[in-house]
Design a binder for this molecule. Structure first.
Ligand SMILES: Cc1cc2nc3c(=O)[nH]c(=O)nc-3n(C[C@H](O)[C@H](O)[C@H](O)COP(=O)(O)O)c2cc1C
Length: 189
C-alpha cells in the first residue's frame, strides 16, 4: 500500500489524548494541508481558528454540553444503541465533547461554495494529522456554541459564516481499532 492509502486506512476518530500540546509548526502543517484542498472556483471559502487556551476550551465545553444533550434525546429515540455508547462517554469523561484535546480547530466557511468545499479542507487536515502521528476527531457537538456572544466574538463569527468541525487534535493515547465499515455500494455502468 502506498503512503496515502495507508494514512487513509489508518485514520481514526480519536477520543483519548495525551496532555502534551502540539508544536506550532506541526499545527501549521495541518492547516496548510487543509488550505490545499480543492474548492469551488478555487474560492478557498475557509478560515481557521485554533484554540489552545484552557479557559476558552472550558467555556466552549460548558456551552456545548446542554445543547449536545438536547440533540441526544433524538438519538435516544432513533438509535438507542449509539445513544448508550455516547452516554457512557458523558459518565466517564471530564470532557465528552472535545475529549480534552490540546488543540481545537474551527474551520469557518462563508459563501456559495462553503458547504461542499470546507469538509474537504477538514478531511485533508485529519489525514495530514494522521500522517504526522497526531490523532483527530470531527466533533459536530462541539460546534453547538454559537448562542454564546463571548464565543462568537472570540471566533469573530459573522452572521453569514458557518462552522465546519470543529476538529480536535492531539497526540493519542492510542489509535483505536477501526469501527465496522459497510462495504461500498457500487453500480458499474
Ligand atoms: C460530520 C461529522 C460529525 C461528527 N461529530 C462527532 C461528534 O460530535 N462527536 C464524536 O465523538 N465524533 C463525531 N464524529 C466522528 C464519527 O463518529 C466517526 O467518524 C465515525 O464513528 C467513524 O469512525 P472513524 O472516523 O474512526 O472511521 C463526526 C464525524 C463527522 C464526519
Amino acid at each position: 500500500m502506498n503512503e496515502v492509502l495507508k494514512t487513509i486506512s489508518e485514520r481514526r476518530s480519536v477520543r483519548s489524548y495525551q496532555k502534551k500540546g502540539i508544536p506550532r509548526e506541526i499545527i501549521m502543517k495541518i492547516i496548510e494541508a487543509g488550505n490545499q484542498a480543492p474548492s469551488g472556483m478555487n474560492s478557498q471559502p475557509w478560515r481557521f481558528v485554533v484554540v489552545e487556551d484552557d479557559a476558552f476550551h472550558k467555556r466552549l465545553l460548558d456551552t456545548a454540553i446542554p445543547n449536545a444533550k438536547r440533540l441526544l434525546e433524538d438519538v435516544k429515540r432513533t438509535n438507542p444503541e449509539r445513544y448508550q455508547l455516547i452516554m457512557k462517554r458523558y459518565e466517564e469523561l471530564e470532557d465528552p465533547i472535545y475529549y480534552s484535546a490540546p488543540v481545537i480547530i474551527f474551520v469557518i466557511g462563508r459563501g456559495r461554495y462553503a458547504d461542499l468545499s470546507c469538509p474537504l479542507a477538514c478531511q485533508n487536515m485529519m489525514l495530514a494529522a494522521r500522517s504526522l502521528g497526531i490523532g483527530s476527531c470531527w466533533v459536530y457537538f462541539g460546534s453547538l456554541v454559537t448562542e454564546d456572544e463571548e464565543i462568537r466574538k472570540a471566533l469573530e463569527l459573522k452572521d453569514d459564516e458557518k462552522i465546519f468541525g470543529p476538529i480536535v487534535f492531539g497526540y493519542p493515547e492510542q489509535f483505536p481499532e477501526p469501527p465496522e465499515k459497510k462495504p461500498p455500494v457500487i453500480k458499474w455502468i
